[in-house]
Each structure stands twice: as C-alpha cells, then as structure tokens.
Write a protein that binds this ligand. Structure first.
Ligand code: ZN
Length: 156
C-alpha cells in the first residue's frame, strides 16, 4: 500500500538514515518497505523516493531508471564528474516548489539491489540528478537547501 509522504518542515526529513544491515536484506520487512516505497512513488507521480520521506530511516531509495522503479540499498556515490549541470528540481516532500540545483553531470553509484547483490551504476544527466537528490534525503538534506532561485506555485 502507498504510504503518506512527509512534508517539509517535518523534522523526520532531517534525520540521517542508517545503513541497512546484511541480516535485514531479503527479509519480508525489507521487501515490504521496498514495495511500499515503489507504490508511494508511483501514486505521487515521482521519479524517485527515499525511505525517510515515509518516515523510515533506512538507507533505501527508489529511482526510476529506464522507466523501471528500481530499489537501491545503502547507495554510495563513489565518483562524481567535475562537470556540473543546472537541474530544475521539485520534491514530493516540498510540494508546489521548484528550484535550480547545481548537480554533478554524472555520478557512479554503488549499492545493493533488492536481492542484496552489489551493483554499480554510472548515471548521467537526469538519472544522475535523481541519485544525488535521493541520496541527499538519506543525509537529511532537501533540494531547497541547495537550490538557487526557489519558486513557489502561485495559488490560483
Ligand atoms: Zn525529494
């Protein structure tokens, strides 16, 4: 079932999430968390979501990669491009708000997939932005902390 998404300034969004231990991977509890995150992301029309956005402080994110909602457990950015891009971002936890964030144009991410197997992804452009945005959530960072030129939708 989809879960409610926490909205800024909920303090739970600011807590640093803990790595998922090996014993918890592939357990029904972890499978359920991943399922709920995917369903919540789809329901909210997001392209990424992180566990703290539903109040769970495990280092788990979902990123829509090649149109597939894909789980990454304990994701770490191991390489960042020197080149930057301006990314126009919003966030399910900061509704009605957009801003331009400077992100690395490409990143390499290592993580475990939902079966607990190690994966390495080289992501570019929009995909790279999703990883940077979602991994920030695991550290209690929101895009509005980094954004310039924050815009709010007018209430019409
Ligand atoms: Zn977000």
């Amino acid at each position: 079932m989809p879960r409610p998404v926490l909205h800024n300034p909920d303090p739970k969004l600011r807590i640093k999430s803990e790595p998922v231990s090996a014993e918890r991977i592939n357990t029904p509890e972890m499978t359920l968390l991943i399922q709920e995150l995917k369903e919540t992301m789809v329901k909210e029309n997001g392209v990424g979501i992180a566990a703290p956005q539903i109040g769970v402080h495990d280092r788990v994110i979902i990123a829509e990669i090649d149109d597939v909602a894909t789980a990454f457990i304990n994701p770490v950015i191991t390489e960042r491009s020197f080149r930057k891009i301006d990314s126009e971002e919003g966030c399910l936890s900061v509704p009605g708000t957009w801003g331009v964030v400077e992100r690395c144009r490409s990143v390499t991410v290592t993580a475990l997939n939902e079966s607990g197997e190690p994966v390495t992804i080289k992501a570019q452009g929009f995909d790279a932005t999703i990883f940077q945005h979602e991994i920030d959530h695991l550290d209690g960072i929101l895009f509005i902390d980094r954004a310039e030129d924050i815009q709010k939708a007018s209430r019409l």
